[in-house]
Design a binder for this molecule. Structure first.
Ligand SMILES: Nc1ncnc2c1ncn2[C@@H]1O[C@H](C[S@+](CC[C@H]([NH3+])C(=O)[O-])CC(=O)[O-])[C@@H](O)[C@H]1O
Ligand SMILES: O=C(O)C(=O)Cc1ccccc1
Length: 247
């Protein structure tokens, strides 16, 4: 696995963060050294797939990157399910396509369709599980409610939405403490102060966090019957929202 050194040299100008070929080449290393709990969240996504994915339904991994969640969900999905992996970065989708071509799946593994598309433009239907694992944070804030409503409308009764996000806090003391602890995590994972500072600048207007109550209130307003934050490490959180069966 290639090590993320992208921000290690001083840059005259730090441009906006982009999911280009350079990022795609180091992505597994970058995300596991930047997001505390990433591996644990992935393993729970696999567990949830075993519970939520139903025969003859669709599963959507929105903002799939290199397909880490997609590949784990496939282990648990029934053969008649269809997995849709969606990303608007051609570098990510190309590498995921190569990865799938090179790997041999179980003979009864469900099908995977790759979509090079904006998550706000895809038609979703008959879904038993939808994953937004650190993707909504990159969608313009004004489009988030509509996207989540589209997810809710596409889910079958009993279907689940897994939403993981970098989050912020209303309380300034919590915000600064948990941000500092995240920075300590990055330092402990080997990132220098320069790497941390340059990446922060590049993410400034690209990754826009919201608070956990903002997420949970919006999911309830949209209609999810159960909205359960189930994971938090510093300023990273994951929420499971379930569409209730009509009573
Ligand atoms: N509007 C959009 N439409 C489609 N894709 C998008 C959009 N905006 C961003 N992306 C894509 O969302 C992914 C976000 S990474 C997800 C990790 C993965 N889920 C994982 O479980 O490993 C998280 C992170 O880097 O913090 C990138 O691949 C973007 O190209
Ligand atoms: O690196 C960070 O500080 C983050 O917030 C997480 C992240 C991880 C991978 C790509 C973009 C952002």
């Amino acid at each position: 696995m290639s090590r993320d050194n992208l921000y290690s040299l001083p840059r005259d100008r730090v441009g906006q963060f982009q999911f280009d070929a350079d990022v795609a080449d180091v992505f597994p290393d970058m995300i596991s050294r930047s997001v505390p709990g990433y591996a644990s969240i992935l393993s729970v996504i696999e567990q949830l797939a075993g519970r939520f994915v139903r025969p003859a339904t669709n599963v959507y991994d929105l903002g799939c990157s290199l397909g880490a969640a997609t590949l784990l969900i496939r282990n648990q999905a029934p053969p008649s399910a269809t997995l849709h992996a969606v990303d608007n970065s051609s570098a990510m989708i190309d590498r995921l396509r190569k990865r799938l071509d090179q790997q041999s799946a179980r003979p009864d593994a469900c099908g995977i369709e790759l979509h090079l598309a904006d998550v706000c433009d895809v038609n979703l239907s008959n879904a038993s599980m939808i994953v937004l694992n650190f993707t909504l944070q990159f969608v313009p804030a004004a489009q988030r409610r509509r996207l989540l409503q589209t997810c809710f409308d596409a889910l079958v009764p009993g279907g689940g939405l897994l939403l993981s996000e970098k989050v912020c806090f209303e309380d300034p003391g919590q915000q600064s403490l948990l941000t500092e602890l995240h920075l300590d995590f990055k330092r402990a994972c080997g990132y220098s102060e320069l790497e941390i500072a340059q990446k922060r600048t590049s993410l400034e207007n690209t990754l826009i966090p919201e608070s956990i109550p903002t997420h949970t209130d919006r999911l309830k307003e949209i209609g999810f019957g159960v909205v359960a934050p189930w994971f938090q490490c510093f300023n990273f959180a994951s929420i499971l929202a379930v569409k209730s069966a009509p009573s």
